[in-house]
Write a protein that binds this ligand. Sequence first.
Ligand code: ADP
Ligand code: MG
Length: 284
Amino acid sequence: MFDDDATPIAALNHAGMTFARASRPHPDGPPKLRAETVNFWYGEKHALIDVDLEIQAGETTAFIGPSGCGKSTFLKCLNRMQDNVRGGRMTGTILMDGDDIYSEAVDPPVHRRRFGWVAQKPNPFPWSVHENVAYGPRIHGLSQSAADEAERVERSLRRTGLWEELKDRLDAPGTELSGGQQQRLCIARALSVEPEVLLMDEPCGSLDPISTETIEALIQELTADPASTLAIVLITHNMEQAARVAQQTAFFKLGRMLEKGPTAALFAAPQTDDCADYLAGKFG
Ligand code: ADP
Ligand code: MG
């Protein structure tokens, strides 16, 4: 389905790898998210150091880098999930559509609603498939009627490819689905409130290869429509996965974002020795 857009990696000297479609031209105006000199501390631990990074709408940005280098910390600064971390302190600026997300005018719960979050381990609520997806729109007052709610649930399940599989089992407990289906259900739940940004922290980290393929196809599909304005940020340890689904890739090491660029270019010609060594598998 995506082969038309994929660049054969052989052309980029990475035999056997496939790349996602390239970025579309970025629109004029501010990027979806822009971090300027972001630092974060957990007590004495300096977890993010002077991170500058832009994230564009309508495409996927992958964060790669060894464990403990600050990827999750940075992701959670974007949706202000780090606000209440004990001993946590952030400096620097993060702009969303040009506006400072840490300004006093911003109500953190309202800000968080602009984001969807998908964790490594599928974590559906212990309720039915329908209830899992209906819950968000309901508590946010988006569903006007039962019919409207049913339509929202169907739309979210269709976007994650689950509708045909589950339309006759909407009353089945979400926790009884396969691992891959559970993760797609969690993505449907995240999408049900129509977030502007989807944050995914190693979403395939606990899935088998077949389920992983399904999730990757889904990630590609979510921004395939040129009219899509969804920004996806994906943390992954799987370099092939970053190549397959992400238009842009950022490489983190020891709290710093060392290098970012179009994924194919970054893989073909990393600018730093650290990134080259990481891509070559010299350290994990
Ligand atoms: P990554 O997602 O790249 O693996 P993290 O952002 O989770 O990295 O962590 C960055 C650094 O901050 C690591 O050294 C980690 O041990 C530390 N860290 C993460 N969360 C906390 C916390 N709640 N309290 C103290 N240190 C933390
Ligand atoms: Mg992490």
